[in-house]
Design a protein around this ligand. Structure first.
Ligand code: UGA
Length: 455
C-alpha cells in the first residue's frame, strides 16, 4: 500500500540520480532530488532534463505536476524528507588516471549525516571501489549520534544511456548489499514499485540480497565483463584483418551459441563513455591495492585492444588515401576527412571518452582537415574538443571530403543514401568504424568501403 512506501531522496542529480529520482516518482514514490548545483536543480524543478535521454522529460514534468517529485539544494531539507537516501554523486577518475575519486561521495555523506535527526538508511549507488560501503558506514558513525540508528546499504545500478528509463523501471535484476533485516526490509519497500510493475506485466525481477563487498563488486564485474566481450571481438577483428576473415560473420556465428550470446559482440572502433573505460581502470587499481592485481591484469589488455582500434582507423585512413607513414605516424595533410559521429554511442549526447572524437583528434594531429557532424552531441563536443571543425549537417560534413569516416552508428548515418552522398564528396572512400553500413550498397554506388575486421 502507499502508506508503507518510504520517501526517497537521491543525492546528486547527474545522469544517474536524476534518472532514478524521476523514474521512482513515476513508480509512485514521493521523491526529492538533491544537488549542490543550484542551476541544475532550478532547471530540473522547472521541468528541464539537463542531458539527452529519451522519454525522461515527459516523466519529469508529469511527476512534478503530480506533486510526487521535487528538488532541493538544501541538505537539511533532504535529511528531513527521506527515509532512504540514495547516494548518486559522481566518482570521476582520479588525477593519476587510475583509481576513483571519492570526494563527492564523502561530501554528500558527511553533509547529509550531519543533518539527520531520525533513523534513516543511506544507500550507495555510485560506482565505487570495493570497500567504500564499509568506509561510508564509518563516516556515518563519526557524524551521526549512534542512538539514531542510521544504517548503510549498497544497491548498484546498471542503466545504459539511451535506455535508462526502461532500465530503471524494468531492470533485469536488483542487487542489494545489506547488514540487517531492517535495512533489507526497507530497501525492499524502496524497490517494491519495480516488483509491482513487473507483476502487472507478468514478469519477475530477480532480487539478489548479499553483503556490501559483493554488491559493490557486482557493478564493476558486470562492466568489466562487457568491456572484455567488446575487446574480445575487437581482438578477433585484428586477427581477421591479417587473415582475411570477416569479423561480423564470425561474431554472428559464435553468438548463436547461447553460452556466448550475440549481444555486445560488435567489433568496431571500440568502447567509450563515462563508465566502461573508467571502471576497468579503477577496478584494476583497486585490485592492485588489495593484493589481487594479477587477477585483473587481463583488463589492461582489454584497455589496450580497445585503444588500438582508434589507431587502426587512422592507419586505414592513410592507407585509403595512399599516404605514407613516417616515424611520427601517417601524414594526412591536405586531406579533407568527414567524421560522422561525436558521441560515444548513438541516441545519446554524451561525448565522454568517445572513440569518434578521439579518432577525429588523431586525424587532425596527422594534418587532415577534419569536419565533424553529430545529430545530438555537437554542443558537448564543441566544448570538449574546440580545436576540431564542426559542420551543421551531415551533407555539410561530407561535402568535398576525400574520405568519410562513420564512427558512431546513428540511424541517420546507417540509413544515409550512398548515391546522394557520392555526389557531394571529392573522393568516394568510406571507413565504416562501426560495421553499420551495407558494404554491397556502398560498393555498388561506387565507394571504396573499409569496415573494421572485414576484408
Ligand atoms: C554501460 C553498461 O552497459 C551499463 O550496464 C552500465 O550500467 C553503465 O555502463 C554504467 O556503468 O553506468 P553505457 O556506458 O551507457 O552503459 O554504454 P554501453 O551501451 O555499454 O556502450 C559502451 C560502449 O561500448 C559504447 O561506446 C559502444 O559503442 C561500445 N560497444 C557496445 C561496442 O563497441 N560494441 C558492442 O557490441 C557494444
Amino acid at each position: 500500500s502507499g502508506a508503507a512506501r518510504p520517501r526517497l531522496t537521491f543525492l546528486g542529480t547527474g545522469y544517474l540520480g536524476a534518472t532514478y529520482a524521476i523514474c521512482y516518482a513515476e513508480l509512485g514514490y514521493e521523491v526529492l532530488g538533491f544537488d549542490v548545483d543550484e542551476a541544475k536543480i532550478a532547471g530540473l524543478a522547472a521541468g528541464v532534463v539537463p542531458f539527452h535521454e529519451p522519454g525522461l522529460d515527459e516523466l519529469l514534468r508529469r511527476n512534478i505536476a503530480a506533486g510526487r517529485l521535487r528538488f532541493s539544494t538544501d541538505y537539511q531539507e533532504a535529511a528531513e524528507f527521506g527515509d532512504v537516501h540514495f547516494i548518486c554523486v559522481g566518482t570521476p577518475q582520479r588525477g593519476d588516471g587510475m583509481g576513483a575519486d571519492l570526494t563527492y561521495v564523502e561530501t554528500a555523506v558527511v553533509n547529509l549525516a550531519q543533518h539527520l535527526s531520525r533513523k534513516a538508511l543511506i544507500v550507495g549507488k555510485s560506482t565505487v571501489p570495493v570497500g567504500t560501503a564499509e568506509w561510508i558506514e564509518q563516516l556515518v558513525g563519526k557524524h551521526v549520534a549512534p542512538e539514531l540508528g542510521v544504517e548503510v546499504a549498497w544497491s548498484p545500478e546498471f542503466l545504459q544511456e539511451g535506455f535508462a528509463v526502461e532500465d530503471v523501471l524494468r531492470p533485469n535484476r536488483i542487487v542489494v548489499g545489506v547488514k540487517s533485516d531492517w535495512a533489507n526490509g526497507l530497501l525492499y519497500s524502496a524497490h517494491k514499485g519495480v516488483f509491482d510493475l513487473a507483476a502487472t506485466e507478468d514478469r519477475e525481477v530477480p532480487l539478489v540480497i548479499t553483503d556490501f563487498a559483493t554488491a559493490e563488486l557486482v557493478k564493476v564485474a558486470a562492466n568489466a565483463f562487457l568491456a572484455t566481450k567488446i575487446s574480445f571481438i575487437n581482438a578477433m577483428a585484428e586477427v581477421c584483418e591479417v587473415a582475411g576473415g570477416d569479423v561480423t560473420q564470425l561474431s554472428r556465428a559464435i553468438g548463436y551459441d547461447p553460452r556466448i550470446g550475440n549481444r555486445f559482440l560488435q567489433a568496431g572502433v571500440g568502447f567509450g563513455g563515462g563508465c566502461l573505460p573508467k571502471d576497468i581502470r579503477a577496478f584494476q587499481a583497486r585490485a592492485q591495492e588489495l593484493g589481487a592485481g594479477e587477477a585483473l591484469r587481463f583488463l589492461h589488455e582489454v584497455d589496450l585492444i580497445n585503444l588500438r582500434r582508434r589507431t587502426r582507423v587512422l592507419n586505414l585512413a592513410a592507407d585509403l588515401l595512399g599516404r605514407r607513414s613516417g616515424p611520427a605516424g601517417p601524414d594526412l595533410s591536405g586531406a579533407r576527412i568527414a567524421v560522422l559521429g561525436a558521441t560515444f554511442k548513438p541516441n545519446s549526447d554524451d561525448i565522454r571518452d568517445a572513440p569518434s572524437l578521439a579518432v577525429a583528434g588523431l586525424l587532425l594531429k596527422a594534418g587532415a582537415d577534419v569536419r565533424v557532424y553529430d545529430p545530438e552531441g555537437m554542443d558537448n563536443a564543441k566544448k570538449a574538443s574546440p580545436d576540431l571543425t564542426y559542420e551543421p549537417t551531415l551533407n555539410d560534413a561530407v561535402r568535398d571530403a576525400d574520405l568519410v569516416c562513420v564512427l558512431t552508428e546513428w540511424a541517420d548515418f546507417r540509413n544515409a543514401d550512398p548515391v546522394a552522398l557520392g555526389d557531394l564528396v571529392a573522393g568516394k572512400k568510406v571507413i565504416d568504424g562501426r560495421n553499420c553500413l551495407d558494404p554491397a550498397l556502398w560498393t555498388q554506388a561506387g565507394w571504396t568501403y573499409r569496415g573494421m575486421g572485414r576484408p
